[in-house]
Design a protein around this ligand. Structure first.
Ligand SMILES: Cc1cc2nc3c(=O)[nH]c(=O)nc-3n(C[C@H](O)[C@H](O)[C@H](O)COP(=O)(O)OP(=O)(O)OC[C@H]3O[C@@H](n4cnc5c(N)ncnc54)[C@H](O)[C@@H]3O)c2cc1C
Length: 717
């Protein structure tokens, strides 16, 4: 201080300290930040503490803490992880916190006899108003110990006191269980056979508290008759009694609680119970009213990604979500352009959708407009100009994203899938975005996704939540494509965790930590008694799951077209054999899709728009072997359409240089359409070359004329 005074006058030091003090957050702020409403636990206040704990239908485990106590701050992460781990036990036992550092709470902490922090107290269900709880004196405060304490608390209830929702946690014996073998039932019965001191069975029973369709019973390995009849060799083990009376011992990669729980939750017909009092509403209910009549069920494999979901998402995105904007300008236009670039460069398959995105991208890049009417985009998406090989199906065919009821899953599910897939594609092709506006970004997929969700996604609340998450788990720290893939996976799992059990959770596809062990067993581990992901294995799994090799084209419109083409081809062969000259494409022409694809056999203008007919698989979309592009009619159509949409009175803002007369206008826009940057550079080069040539010519004649003038006139004799 003295040294500081030597260089700074005393009054300046006071001023400096005062400013610093105003910047330090008060204790109350820190307290409220230790636990927030986003944590899966109950934050008790002076007004809610007694009401919550008195005559409650469930038991409670409360941590009385002080927000100034360093240990409490360090321990808060463990307490949150515990609360998340036993979130589904709510109804039988809840987890709560109460902050004794808040002035408002002083009296209650004294009343409850809190002397040290943190103090854990538990309260049985149906406790009286005078009950002050029992202190947990166990030295070990690690998650497995506290979780076992919770099981013990529940088991210490008498039959009368027991929380109504708490299932039986006692062991069953062979006399009770053996008669169940061979019986038909309306539900599964899972028998967990384990060592007497094991907690796994009871934890699995509580994990399934919120699920219907399965009953879990536990038995111990010392029950020899049961073990012998069921042929149990390893412990712990799940023996499953099916509703149809058959039964078998279930194989899981690892004999861990998480594996048993995931397996039982994924049995057909096992569903999460729906809570009508859930605070999280399905933001998309009503928005996707197209699903009000349930389409026929499409069988699918959960280990695959379906192109039909991606195309349905793009159909909804381009034709419904974005179409609610009459025109795009400023940030909206920039976001739209970047999304189209991302899709053009990273969307898989090189098929009709990629051609459409490339066309759209080229068109957007070559249009010097600050505002575009969305109808012009729609016309391209609908391929009104009948460009060969460009197509986006106009149906929603959810496959992996089917919901069990109208309004569930569908578009948001497919949007997640699309962005996961793009992040993995970017990892597989790190140079794909070279020479685009996204080239320099470390996390281009996430950044475009964020901007899209913020700007266009129909669910505003979802957008805010996603943005908050992106800000707190800093996207700026992402350095590599692998980190981008993992960041998105992490965020998605946090959303799954938050929404599990909410109204938007489809009971047939319950949300939870993903991927489940049935998709990736090696992704799961246990650390200090708590489920943990093996991140390296998860990355490998994601890179495979969202890879091209794992993309199924079943149910896509393109698959339908191919199927029809095969049929048509077979018909052609048959008719040739019969000596007919009939061309199959006439029949294909009955179908709208095929009509678009078969209509351009005219003259080709290569370069105006890239060759859109051949995809990477060598598939020729129109069935012909000609080089395809635009014929004269295509170009005329394209120009007429776009000139129609871009008339200044419709709100399109044309940049200064583009404001020409009406005939010149037409020509200019034809120029602006479809030319690539290479074409434009060549034009420029030609232009500069001609100028230089003209200048040289000009100087040459100037010098020559000067010489002529200087030459002395010949004297006439
Ligand atoms: C950016 C965004 C934010 C959202 N925010 C909210 C919100 O705040 N509140 C709300 O109610 N709804 C929100 N939603 C919707 C919600 O997340 C679900 O998409 C919707 O409820 C449908 O859920 P689902 O069960 O079909 O599976 P989804 O969660 O949509 O998952 C789709 C598919 O992705 C795969 N998957 C699941 N988890 C992962 C993972 N971690 N990593 C990689 N792949 C995975 C699975 O195959 C799954 O079927 C949001 C959606 C998006 C796109």
């Amino acid at each position: 201080m003295a040294a500081a005074e030597r260089v700074m006058p005393r009054w300046l030091l006071w001023l400096h300290s005062a400013v610093l003090l105003t910047l330090v957050p008060p204790v109350e702020c820190a307290a409220t930040r230790l636990y927030t409403e986003q944590d899966p636990l109950v934050i008790l206040t002076k007004d809610s503490l007694r009401a919550t704990l008195t005559d409650s239908s469930s038991a409670w485990l409360v941590q009385f803490y002080s927000s100034w106590c360093g240990h409490c701050i360090q321990y808060s992460g463990t307490w949150k992880a515990l609360a998340r781990d036993v979130k589904d036990w709510q109804g039988a036992i809840g987890v709560a916190v109460f902050d004794c550092a808040l002035e408002d709470n002083f009296d209650l902490c004294r009343d409850y006899g809190i002397k040290f922090y943190p103090t854990f107290k538990y309260f049985k269900a149906h406790s009286g108003a005078a009950e002050r709880g029992t202190i947990y004196r166990g030295g070990d405060r690690e998650i497995p110990s506290v979780r076992q304490l919770m099981v013990n608390i529940l088991q210490n209830h008498t039959r009368e006191e027991r929380p109504e929702q708490c299932p039986e946690l006692r062991t069953y014996n062979s006399v009770e269980l053996l008669p169940l073998l061979g019986l038909r039932s309306d539900h599964y019965t899972a028998l967990i056979i384990e060592e007497p001191q094991s907690y796994t069975g009871r934890e699995v029973i509580l994990d399934l508290l919120q699920y219907s369709g399965v009953v879990v019973r536990r038995a111990v390995s010392s029950d020899r008759p049961l073990v012998d009849v069921l042929g149990i060799k390893e412990l712990p083990t799940v023996h499953l009694l099916q509703p149809n009376s058959s039964h078998h011992t279930v194989h899981t990669e690892k004999r861990l609680r998480f594996f048993f729980t995931s397996l039982l939750r994924s049995l057909p017909g096992v569903q999460r119970k729906i809570h009508t009092n859930s605070s999280v509403l399905n933001p998309h209910k009503g928005a996707l009213s197209d699903q009000s009549t349930q389409p026929p069920w499409r069988d699918f494999d959960r280990s695959l990604v379906y192109a039909a979901d991606l195309e349905s998402a793009l159909h909804y995105l381009f034709r419904v979500e974005l179409a609610s904007h009459r025109s795009l300008e400023g940030e909206e236009l920039r976001t739209f352009k970047d999304l189209v670039t991302l899709l053009a460069k990273l969307y898989p398959g090189g098929g009709a959708v990629v051609k459409l995105m490339e066309t759209l991208s080229d068109w957007l890049l070559s249009l010097p407009l600050q505002k575009i009417p969305y109808q012009a985009v729609l016309d391209l998406v609908d391929n009104k100009m009948k460009i060969s090989g460009v197509f986006l199906g106009s149906q929603m065919r959810w496959v992996g994203c089917q919901g069990s009821a109208p309004g569930l899953r569908g578009y948001p599910c497919a949007l997640w899938t699309l962005f996961h897939l793009l992040s993995v594609r970017r990892q597989a092709a790190p140079f794909a975005l070279q020479h685009t506006a996204l080239e320099a970004e470390a996390a281009p997929v996430i950044n475009v996704m964020r901007r899209y969700i913020r700007t266009f996604f129909g669910c505003e609340e979802c957008g805010k939540n996603f943005e908050e998450a992106a800000l707190s788990d800093s996207v700026a720290e992402i350095k590599s494509p692998e980190e981008e893939v993992m960041w998105l996976w992490d965020q998605h799992n946090q959303v799954n965790d938050r929404l599990a059990g909410s109204l938007s959770d489809d009971p047939r596809f319950p949300k939870g930590a993903w991927p489940p062990p049935s998709l990736c067993a090696s992704c799961h581990d246990e650390e200090r008694g708590l489920h943990a992901f093996n991140r390296q294995q998860v990355l490998q799994f994601l890179l495979h799951h969202y890879s091209d090799a794992n993309l199924s084209h079943k149910y896509t419109v393109e698959a339908d077209v191919n199927l029809e083409q095969v049929n048509v081809g077979q018909e052609q062969v048959a008719s040739k054999e019969l000596g007919h000259k009939e061309v199959g494409s006439e029949k294909v022409g009955e179908n709208d899709v095929n009509k678009n694809l078969s209509e351009d056999n005219g003259q080709v203008f290569p370069g105006l728009i890239k060759d859109h007919s051949k995809n990477e698989n060598g598939l020729n979309m129109d069935g012909s072997k000609n080089v395809n592009g635009l014929n004269k009619a295509d170009i005329k159509n394209l120009v007429d359409k776009l000139v129609g949409h871009l008339k200044p009175e419709e709100g399109a803002v044309v940049e200064e240089g583009e404001k020409t007369g009406s005939s010149g206008d037409h020509a200019n826009r034809t120029l602006a359409l479809g030319f690539t940057s290479v074409d434009m550079s060549l034009c420029l080069l030609l232009y500069v070359g001609s100028c230089v040539f003209l200048m040289l010519l000009f100087f040459f004649f100037r010098v020559r004329s000067r010489r002529w003038r200087l030459r002395p006139p010949k004297l006439a004799v």
